[in-house]
Design a protein around this ligand. Structure first.
Ligand code: ADP
Length: 468
């Protein structure tokens, strides 16, 4: 059977507190009890000594007489406290004897003490014993006193009251701290489990496809806050993926629908004999087929990136050479728009996959050309530090809106969709460039301002880059 976190925490906290309180009460009681017993035993010893010494003072040596009245007072007061005294002179004659004086009272006192002790401390197993003390002065014994008392020690009514009060206080403190701790435990358990339950609820909703839900709660507990932020992050990335998936399906179907419709209508017209299949028309159809082929090729590229298995075929390459080669490929496009292009800086050769790096430059330059206005300018700048080489490509074209910047490296993301339909981009070039750069252990980033231009920066480490 599974118990929920709140119950478990409450029970564990309550148990710990219960054990602690029981432990403290038990040992506290034991310790205090023992100390109290010792204290009482000592007190009793002192009392007996006190009785003996005051009695001894009642002897007057010069007249060889005892102050019997005083002895009687002392003896009676000792009797009420539980000490039964009998005083004898040096010949052994009785001077004063409590039992002889009041037999009934003595029996009553002894019975009271025995009853009280047997009732309250049955485990003590005490009995009345008597002890004889000698009165000595100048090495001469002038009498003895015999004291009967409950041994090893006994408690008075007051002592028992004190012990009962002490136990009650301990019990009340224990019970109160138990109740308070259980309450605190329950509150704490609730405080801990509430955000977890909320997180579970949100994850369920995410699993049901509601990617826009977020947990907007700070618990102050590090691990739970980390869990919450991971779940929020997960939801955000699922939401992004979901949007991209929708956009991808939309884009692919849109891209395919147009050429298919053109092909279908044109072929129908030709098969029905309405149109002659002239070379020009057939070339038009072939162009449509090529567009579809390109799209399929890009989808394949995408699948390859997705499989996250870019294999690098490394050799020593020079960025400068690659950039110049790529510029030559785009010569026609550059001339068409009358763009000025420049390459500045240089760097040492690095160990990288030449074809892949060329692909990065192709994608970046093709964008720069595509999104440049007529008579614009594109400039490459190659840089080198102790650990890295890199280049930046800057254009003064359309730029990218600030709110779109974080997404342009996503697959199939096309900023300002209408303009890209015209330019024919599919939104995958930058995603491929990013994967290649990252496979080399490098970074790619962009700075751009709308209507001012864009600047893409690629940095590659000279060593330690991943790849086979
Ligand atoms: P596409 O095939 O659409 O060019 P990319 O992944 O290469 O796809 O680029 C993603 C989007 O980033 C583009 O649709 C475009 O809006 C924007 N973009 C990329 N490079 C530039 C640039 N140099 N100038 C302006 N916008 C750019």
């Amino acid at each position: 059977m599974k118990h929920n976190l709140r119950t478990k925490l409450s029970v564990v906290i309550a148990l710990v507190v219960l054990l602690t309180v029981a432990f403290i009460s038990f040992f506290g009681n034991l310790f205090i009890g023992e100390q109290f017993n010792k204290y009482i035993a000592k007190l009793q010893e002192q009392k007996i000594n006190e009785i003996v010494s005051t009695l001894s003072l009642q002897y007057e040596k010069s007249t060889d007489t005892w102050d019997v009245d005083f002895i009687h007072t002392i003896g009676m007061s000792a009797l009420y406290e539980g000490y039964i005294a009998a005083l004898y002179d040096m010949e052994g004659r009785t001077v004063w004897d409590a039992q002889a004086h009041d037999m009934d009272l003595c029996a009553q006192v002894m019975e009271d003490i025995s009853d009280r002790m047997v009732k309250n401390v049955p485990q003590m197993d005490g009995t009345f014993t008597s002890e004889t003390f000698y009165f000595n002065r100048n090495n001469e014994t002038f009498g003895t006193v015999n004291i009967r008392y409950y041994s090893p020690y006994f408690f008075s009514e007051n002592d028992f009251e004190f012990l009962t009060a002490l136990n009650t206080v301990l019990l009340v403190i224990g019970t109160l701290s138990l109740i308070i701790s259980v309450l605190i435990g329950i509150l704490m358990a609730r405080h801990l489990s509430r955000p977890i339950l909320k997180t579970v609820d949100v994850t369920k909703r995410i699993a049901d496809g509601n990617y826009d839900v977020r947990i907007d709660e700070e618990t102050g507990t590090k691990e739970i806050d980390m869990l919450i932020s991971s779940i929020n992050h997960l939801a955000a990335s699922l939401e992004k993926q979901e949007n991209l998936r929708k956009q991808l399906t939309e884009d692919v179907s849109h891209e395919l629908r147009t050429p298919i419709a053109v092909l279908q209508s044109h072929i129908e017209l030709m098969t029905e004999g309405i149109w002659d299949p002239t070379t020009e028309r057939l070339e038009g159809l072939s162009e449509e087929i090529q567009r579809m082929g390109k799209l399929v090729e890009e989808l394949e590229n995408l699948a390859r990136i997705d499989s996250n298995s870019i294999k690098l075929n490394k050799s020593m390459i020079r960025l400068h050479e690659i950039i110049n080669e790529v510029i030559r490929i785009f010569e026609a496009g550059i001339a068409d728009k009358n763009l000025t292009i420049s390459v500045d800086g240089d760097c040492s050769a690095i160990n990288a996959d030449g074809d892949r790096i060329r692909q990065v430059v192709v994608n970046l330059l093709s964008n720069a050309v595509k999104y440049s206005k007529d008579d614009g300018s594109i400039s490459f700048e190659i840089t080198e530090t102790e650990e890295t080489v890199g280049f930046q490509i800057k254009d003064n074209g359309q730029g990218i809106p600030e709110n779109e910047l974080p997404f342009i490296f996503e697959r199939f993301y096309r900023a300002d969709k209408s303009r890209n339909r015209k330019t024919g981009g599919s939104g995958i070039g930058l995603a491929i460039a990013k994967s290649i750069v990252e496979a080399h252990g490098g970074t790619i980033c962009v700075e751009s301002e709308i209507d001012t231009g864009s600047c893409f920066k690629v940095i590659l480490p000279k060593t330690n880059n991943r790849g086979l």
